[in-house]
Design a protein around this ligand. Sequence first.
Ligand code: SF4
Ligand code: SF4
Ligand code: FES
Length: 373
Amino acid sequence: MTIMPTKVFESDTVQTMTLDGVPVTFAQGETILEVAERHGKEIPTLCHDSRLDPMGACRTCLVEISGWRRLSPSCATKAEAGMEVETESDRIDRHRKGLLALYAADHPAEVAVTNGRPNELVAMIARYAAPTDWGHLESQRDDRPGDVNPYVGFDAEACIACARCVRYCDEVEAVSAISLANRGSYTTIATVDSLGLLDTTCEMCGGCIDVCPTGAMHEKMPLAALAKPEPDLEKVRTTCNYCGVGCQMDLNVDRDLNDGRGKVVKVTSPPPGTTTNDGNLCVKGRFAYEFLDSHERIMTPLVRSADGQLVDASWEEALRRAADGLRGVAERHGPDALGFISSSRCTVEENYLVQKMARAVFRTNNVHQCAAT
Ligand code: SF4
Ligand code: SF4
Ligand code: FES
């Protein structure tokens, strides 16, 4: 099931404008970018995120509006009745190529490979065939080399000051642990007094990593583990079991590790607007996956032997012992001597099965779930 983000329109009035010569409808309050996306037009963006207020910072989404002297950012310009908008033209192409060439001159090319995640800017430079021979500028932006937190790294040289990370931290997380600092080519992403993130209000949600279009904000653990770049990993969709919210997450699996059994080397969120968590994860969901390979994990069922010690058993044996025990209580003391307690960490389907087993198999309504208290 696809859940689209709820768009709150200023009014339900549907109006008409022209997009690349074709009349299209829009609701008042929609931006040109939103109207274009709804009508299947692809406009490149870097600073845009459907969860955030538009900022118009990166200028990659500029469009031509008839009668307007300058190209305008489609992400931050509201559609108006009668507007005539072109999303592709020679003028737009010239602008994009020049803009992307300037970004390229200020961007380390190796970032696309070394930080292990896709780089939207590098992909965009290739897609629009922007020149990459305009020389290279030395970055003036301050890093935070003393930040020893284990999860979120910041590579100032790769930052394009789009402020997606800062806006996400403020508008979605309501934390404001990071901020744009300084001006011009010195603009960087800073913390108060350059503190490490663990000494700030940061909740280590990792959302700043997820929204960063260049990998300037990046995940440290896959880098330390020398994991393959994200595009080479297999994504396996699953439900987080750390709490009852039911966030969807993608396990990024390297199938070549663990003697071919595969290994999770990163967790990412499905894109915004596609699942109930709308592209967000918390610190546990995103970073606490190393337990999967812990040697302390129980790999086989355990049952008590005659001397009371837990010993390995087959699934058949363990299930038989559990069934015998439950049946024995019901026979000796009646079904209401049994009680079944489930967990909010289970999926709704698993909770359904627990109550079904209690009611249909053991004939008792003694069934509860921790989220109900
Ligand atoms: S990890 Fe989350 S809380 Fe911390 S700086 Fe990034 S977005 Fe903000
Ligand atoms: S760190 Fe990434 S998301 Fe933040 S401003 Fe720089 S490029 Fe944008
Ligand atoms: S996406 Fe519109 S200005 Fe960046």
